[in-house]
Design a protein around this ligand. Structure first.
Ligand SMILES: NC(=O)c1ccc[n+]([C@@H]2O[C@H](COP(=O)([O-])OP(=O)(O)OC[C@H]3O[C@@H](n4cnc5c(N)ncnc54)[C@H](O)[C@@H]3O)[C@@H](O)[C@H]2O)c1
Length: 255
């Protein structure tokens, strides 16, 4: 199984390194020459505990490489992950999808044979369909399925989060695409990680729903902190008092 990771930022680099640790052949692609040169020199462009060793080990084993040559990496791949940035747009806060769409176009021109194109970037619902449209407009003959596979890792514990996730979400109803995703994540099957197979749109919504739910918990406890000041109560004790309820949970209740 060969993977091309388009975008070697936080998510692309960690995911690429972890897939190579799973035994997959991974080529991480970035258009930033200096980032690729840094990685080729064995240095990390980000600080993440354990990453340097993981990268070195898999480069040494011949399973992980870095390039600016998207065309070759994509042509050789069974699965191509889009892991480019989706920054909030100035003014309206909407996700800027221009990098995702530009990557989709470049990928379409380069695919060779059956390829699963996987959106790992965090994208609004419906983006998978847009990516699919771009690919088939660019290459009507492309043999491609588009899958959503959002990432839930946290910076600072990214490797642990990727290797031992609470769940993996895979958005596609197409069986041959599911088979490719299943074999990429095979080691997680062995550890009985819950794998949620669903539609592309549902998968995209799961990521947004998870992010907004976590934001809601923080916002809620901040509101309670304001109330505590008014009534002379202790917000830490409130957080503990409600968080010990299994239905609420203790995490993400730090005012
Ligand atoms: N960082 C996190 O903790 C985290 C966690 C979960 C999800 N996400 C999501 O994952 C996505 C990526 O985030 P990130 O933090 O890794 O971003 P990042 O900015 O660190 O990396 C993006 C990389 O993509 C490269 N790139 C852009 N267009 C390209 C192209 N056409 N070809 C090749 N390379 C290209 C850029 O040069 C950059 O190196 C975002 O949607 C983000 O919301 C991030």
């Amino acid at each position: 199984m060969r993977v091309a990771m388009i975008g070697t930022g936080y998510v692309g680099l960690v995911s690429g390194a972890c897939f190579s640790e799973f035994g997959v052949d991974v080529t991480c692609v970035d258009k930033d020459d200096s980032k690729i040169a840094t990685l080729e020199a064995g240095k990390m462009p980000i600080y993440e505990p354990g990453l340097e060793d993981l990268v070195a080990k898999n480069v040494e084993a011949g399973r992980l490489s870095f390039t600016t040559n998207l065309v070759k990496a994509v042509a050789d791949a069974d699965a191509v992950f889009i892991a480019v940035g989706t920054p909030s747009r100035r003014g309206d806060g909407h996700a800027d999808l221009s990098y995702v769409f530009a990557a989709a176009k470049e990928i379409a021109k380069a695919v060779d044979g059956y390829t699963v194109v996987v959106t790992k970037s965090t994208v609004p619902v419906g983006t998978g369909r847009e990516v699919e449209k771009i690919i088939f407009e660019t290459r009507p003959d492309a043999d491609v399925d588009v899958v959503s596979n959002p990432e839930f890792l946290r910076e600072g514990s990214a490797i642990e989060d990727f290797m031992r996730p609470d769940r993996v979400v895979i958005g596609t109803k197409i069986e041959r695409a599911q088979d490719v995703m299943r074999s990429l994540y095979r080691p997680l099957y062995l550890t009985e990680t819950p794998i949620v197979f669903t539609s592309c749109q549902t998968s995209e919504l799961i990521k947004y729903a998870a992010n907004t739910f976590l934001a809601t918990k923080i916002t809620f406890i901040n509101e309670i902190a304001d109330l505590c000041e008014v009534v002379d109560a202790d917000v830490q004790d409130v957080a503990r008092g409600i968080g010990l309820d299994g239905r609420i949970g203790r995490k993400f209740l730090h005012a």
